[in-house]
Structure formats: C-alpha cells, structure tokens
Ligand binder design. Sequence first.
Ligand code: ATP
Ligand code: MG
Length: 654
Amino acid sequence: MSETLANLLQETRQFPPPAELAAAANLTAEAYDEAAADRLAFWERQARRLHWSKEWDQVLDWSNPPFAKWFVGGQLNVAYNCLDRHVEAGYGDRVAIHWEGEPGDTRTITYAELLALTCQAANALTALGVTAGDRVAIYLPMIPEAVVAMLACARIGATHSVVFGGFSTDALTNRIQDANAKLVITADGGYRRGKATALKATVDEAVSRCPSVERVLVVRRTGQEVSWSERDVWWHDTVETASTEHTAEAFDAEHPLYILYTSGTTAKPKGILHTSGGYLTQVAFTHHAVFDLKPETDVYWCTADIGWVTGHSYIVYGPLANGATQLMYEGTPDTPHRGRFWELVQKYKVTILYTAPTLIRTMMKWGEDIPKGYDLSSLRLLGSVGEPINPEAWIWYRENIGRGRCPIVDTWWQTETGAIMISPLPGVTATKPGSAMRPLPGVSAEVVDDQANPVPNGGGGFLVLTEPWPSMLRTIWGDDQRFIDTYWSRFDGLYFAGDGAKKDDDGDVWLLGRVDDVMLVSGHNISTTEVESALVSHPSVAEAAVVGATDPTTGQAIVAFTIPRGHVDTSGDAGTALIAELREHVSKTLGPIAKPRQIMLVPELPKTRSGKIMRRLLRDVAENRSLGDVTTLQDSSVMELISAGMRAGKSDED
Ligand code: ATP
Ligand code: MG
C-alpha cells in the first residue's frame, strides 16, 4: 500500500451550535487553549471532578512506554464515585435508571436504591469468596443487574469481564479461560425479539470447560426452566438477602477495573485492560463535555449494549460518575414494532440520544414516516459512534430525529481508547456532516503518511495518537508483547489505531474506515467510506458497503452492495436502471476512478454483533470465494439472503 489515502468526497454543509445550547454549554472554546497550554495540568483538573481518598503524587508516568501510569500514587473507589458521593451530596432520590424491558415491564431505580443494591451485591460477592484482583465474568441481558454487577466488582476491586449476552458458548468459554474468571454472573435468560432466549444453558456448557470457575450467580429474569448444580446460586437468594451496608475501600489509581475483549472481527480476541483513576477521569470528563450533560434536567439514553465498550463507558461509568438520569432498554428497535425507540424517547422525554450509524441507516431504510408519528421535542442533542457516519445519514438523523434543532456529535474512539477521543463540542463546534471534527481538549491525534509525517490539509493517511491519554488501554491481558506489536509497532512511539482518516482544508478530521479495507484501484488508495457515502447520498439508497475485488486491469475493482430505501422499486428494469444510475452518481460525486465495477441491490448486509458492516465476507461474495467464518455475524442467514436475493448489475464498458 502506498503512502496516503485519496481525498475524493467534498462536503460543504456546516451547522453552527444552537445559540441557546452554546450560551449554557459545559465547555467553551477556552478548553482547547487551556489543554494546549498544559495538557497534564488540564487532565489533573479533570481528575478533580472525582472523589479521591488519596491525591496522586504524579499525573503521568511515561518513563516506560507504552506502559503508562496515570495519577500515580492516587487512590479512589470507582463505585463510590458513581454512587455514594451523589447520595451523600443529597441526590439519593434522583432517578439513576429508568429501565424498560422488552415486554414492556419497567423499573425506576434511584441513586440511593442503586447504591443499596450495589452494596448488597458487593457483600454477596465477598461471601462467595471473591476478593480484590479476582476476575468475574458477567454474561447478562440488558437488565439493571448488569450495572449492579459491574459496580459491585468495582467496589470490591474485582476485575470484571463483561461478555455480550448474544455470544456463543465458544466465545464465552475462551473469554472465561483467558481471564481465569472465578465467578460467572448470568441470568436464566433474556428477552429478544419477543422471545425468551436462554443464557444459563450456555454458561453451563462453557463452565464445564473452565476449571477456574468456582461459582455461578444467576439472576431470574424470564422464569424459564434451568438446570441446576451445586456450583450455582440464585441472585435473589444471595444478593437480595445481603446487607445494604458496605464500606467502599479505596484502590490504587492503576488498579485493574475491567477486561473487555474486542469483538474479534479481526483475530483471536484481545483482552483490553482498563484501570481505575485515569479511565474514570476521562469517561466522566468526556460525558460531561461531549454530551453537555445537565444532571438536574437531562434524560440521557445510550442505546448500546452493556457488552460493548460504549455500554461500559457511556451507560455505566461516565453517566453514573456524573450523576445522570438515564434510560436503559432491554430489547431491539423493531420489537414489538418499528417505532419502539421513538416511543421510548417520547415516553421518557429523552433529551440526549447516543446511538450508532447502523441504527440510523436502518431507520432510513424503514422510512421517515415512523419517527414522524412520535413527539421527539424533548431531544436537544444527538450522538453517533461505532462506524463512520455517511453525510446523508447524518443529515437524515438531524432532520428526522433532531428535527433540525439538535447538534450531532460524531464521536470517534475505540475499546482500546476507553473514552471519546475525537468529537465536536456541542456548544463550540460548527459541525460538518460526516466529520468527527477535532481531537478533544487534552487529546493529541494526527493523520500521518507511512513515514509518520503529518499529512497536509486535504490529505489522507493513518490516524495515530501522539501522546498518552488517561483512559488508554494499559495492556492486552496476559500479553504485553502483543500489546506492543499490535498498537505501537507500526510507527515509532505512536499509537496506531488501525483506522484511515483525512484532514479537510480546515484541518478537520474525517474517518475513512479501517486501513485493512482500503481499496487499491489503478494505483489509488480509495477508502470504502467515501464510496459508501457517495452511494448513500443518492435518494434511493439507505445503506451501502463496498469492497475491493481482484481485477485483471485495475488491480482491484470496486464492488458495492446497496440496500435501497423502503419505497424504492427494484424489480425488473427499474432495478437495472437504478444500478446504472448509481454507478453514474458515484462517478459524478467522486470522480470516474471511484465508479463501481459492479453494484448489487441487497435486502441486508452482514454485520457484526455490534452492528458494524463485515466487509470481509462481502469480499468473498465479490470474488466468488467460499464464505469464511461467519460465527461472529449478527445473523448468518443474512449471507444466504444476499446470495439469494441479490440483483447483480455488472457492466463491461469500463
Ligand atoms: P475489533 O477491534 O474486534 O475488530 P471493533 O474495532 O469494531 O472490533 P470497537 O473498539 O468497538 O471494536 O470499535 C472501534 C472502531 O470503530 C474504530 O477503530 C473505528 O474503526 C470505528 N469507529 C468508532 N467510532 C467511529 C466514528 N465516530 N467514526 C468512524 N469510525 C468509528
Ligand atoms: Mg478495533
């Protein structure tokens, strides 16, 4: 691959922050200057947002890179910071969690109640033999007990490893074994798409292969039949009968807080290790700054699952450290109907919504008539995370959900970074649809060529982080060498994130997808994101995925898989005409170099469990190879759908 990425897509629309929001914003433009003047002093001030039992002696120890230590010598209890201190400050009656189950059952949990539950769970875990430093695996649906379990671990200094409740026995087994977990916390089952799915059976099978596991703690959620052994204990028999009094002990700032395995789309899952003081500092700061949270009045909703890093940082630790009131929802957006999310926004008067491009594009596919049926006037700020957001999806989100009033924060970060790194500030930044804009105050990012030289404005290349940050991963669990090799070896002294990006003429950052997906067409490096965004900018398209397929003349040729919007006729000649029109549209938008060789109209795209497009599989389809491993797919039948339902339009003219 040659040095840089082509910059093909031009976007000129820009949206200044709403005046009212800007006037009362948590952060002003000064924050950038303050952080630039003295980065470590800036982070030190952010750390003071928390309660420390003992102050640190040194902000950052970077004497042994890439192994960072933040707030060296400081001590704190993470759960105390998320619960006790709010109750002590008189906010015990504030709602922490409005919870809605998929079948429509609800719970309202105040900070005082969440503290009591967490103390009970901490006492129960201790009674089950869990002590500081032990690992606890958590395999739960989106129920409040998931939050309680995480906080209880944090409270007693145990390191949690949350495994997404949709993962298979093998995935769960590998993760329990890699972390040597002593306890597994699970449920009988959970509700998904109107059905009670089993969790306990999966745990039973996994645990039979995991000698490290001593006990299994089981929440009763669905009431379904489960098999039982001596190792098992019910949550309602242990946690709910335990004392609600528990004194939180302070732990070192660098005490391990959690391990979270990356989703494994690329290789053997990596156990990303996060620690306590720096992590909590940056998630609390970013949640305050990027979402402009006003804890007295906002109702915040992050639609991620607790099994992903977004759930860790922006459902559990960031919002609770800031005393937020939030909505937590167990189910999927289409159960029992496709307006479910908007019904929830209306019901709970959600003010801040944080979701993913995959959800937005699905809503585009279903059509704007669905959100139109609901009162979304409570919303004042929208966020996006997980994939590049196509400019047209951004505009759709702004108009149909934000009703033209709400700023959108497109937040770039990773499991590895722990917290948001690049994002607009909602009261400061004039946003551009599709751009994550600038590194946050205190964060140092750059776009470089393959010699690690910063690219000029208008150029594209590799996104790197040039200075350590408080919530950075500390290592890969049990494998320091893999940590060095994976993240710190491509460019000397720089963290390489794996993503491509470009700087526009103003120096603002646009994420261009993973560098592994970049296509090399006639000697040009073309990002999948730009071609996908060009396709989505056509009014008939809801979602698109493009891949490079081997081509005898151009090296690689662009093959696009495209989902039409709901109202579009794709039958017979209409479909053929649409395909021809889309190829022209891309050529006109980005230039002839980016014109797809082939476009397929498909009903669905293969996605990971966290909803990200899986291009690797599409490459196989495009090159007619037999399919690779599909076990991490959200729905493996999607690939059959694609093979069966696709209309292939191929042309030989160029
Ligand atoms: P794995 O590392 O196991 O392959 P993953 O990278 O999808 O999985 P995450 O850590 O959840 O797991 O996702 C981080 C990645 O998601 C980023 O590296 C980037 O590719 C993408 N991403 C996240 N937010 C954005 C954003 N706002 N814009 C563009 N890309 C984003
Ligand atoms: Mg990744």
